[in-house]
Design a protein around this ligand. Structure first.
Ligand SMILES: [Fe+2]
Ligand SMILES: [Fe+2]
Length: 247
């Protein structure tokens, strides 16, 4: 008697794991790895600046910054493991709009926007991206990525805890800042659309994951569920329709 055939997926071929030694994979990884390393370094600098702006929480913020510096070093190791040279100049160009927004907010004494940019937008983006990378990561990068995801959740939590008791006073600034920073974050995705696909991440799924994370953050700081959903949906749709379109 023959065994019953195994159930097969209804649509499309099974997703193949990436071939980490393929030239196309390593080429795409050089740009993704560059963005990750430069982004982690930028997060370190942002937390060290926040430590100056919030002297009461200086030690905690320096600790979070040190975690980001460690992430950067760990991801340098991931690139080295694959014998990939990270494309840092491209990464700096892609991250510059968000970094500039952080610096401008700082110069204007707008601490709320500094926290929204680093602790909500960038951290939600990082959590979403690393979470989708985890199942397609190579064996060396996987445990590193898993540990980093837990750390980024802690960074997100710092911003939420600071903003939550001040919700009424900061809500308008949060919305104005998110309206400026969300397009800058999504534009990075558009620029790396093909590379994300090559390493096994669906850019549209990444946007969806970011939307889920960012909505949860808004709810954590005091928005009701419908208001948070409407705000994220409106800002994301507007950002994507203004040029950050995904193929
Ligand atoms: Fe990080
Ligand atoms: Fe972080």
């Amino acid at each position: 008697m023959s065994a019953a055939p195994a159930a097969t997926p209804a649509a499309g071929p099974a997703v193949q794991p990436p071939r980490f030694d393929a030239p196309a994979y390593r080429d795409a990884y050089s740009r993704i790895n560059g963005l990750v390393i430069v982004g982690e370094g930028m997060a370190d600098r942002h937390f060290r600046r926040l430590a100056e702006l919030l002297p009461d929480q200086r030690d905690e913020l320096l600790r979070l910054g040190a975690m980001e510096a460690r992430h950067a070093r760990d991801f340098v190791g991931c690139g080295r493991q694959l014998r990939v040279r990270p494309d840092s100049p491209l990464a700096r160009r892609l991250l510059d709009p968000l970094h500039r927004q952080f610096r401008e907010a700082d110069q204007q004494g707008d601490l709320v926007s500094c926290l929204v940019i680093q602790c909500l937008i960038i951290e939600c983006f990082a959590v979403a991206a690393y979470r989708l990378y985890l199942p397609v990561a190579d064996a060396y990068a996987r445990p590193i990525t898993e540990a980093v995801i837990a750390d980024e959740a802690e960074h997100l939590n710092f911003g939420e805890q600071w903003l939550r008791p001040r919700f009424q006073a900061v809500a308008a600034q949060v919305e104005a800042c998110a309206a400026r920073s969300l397009p800058a974050a999504l534009a990075m995705l558009t620029a790396l659309d093909a590379d994300l696909r090559t390493i096994g991440i669906d850019p549209q799924e990444l946007v969806a994951e970011f939307v889920v994370e960012f909505q949860a953050s808004l709810q954590a700081i005091g928005y009701g569920e419908p208001a948070a959903r409407q705000l994220v949906t409106r800002l994301t749709a507007r950002a994507l329709s203004r040029g950050a379109t995904l193929s």
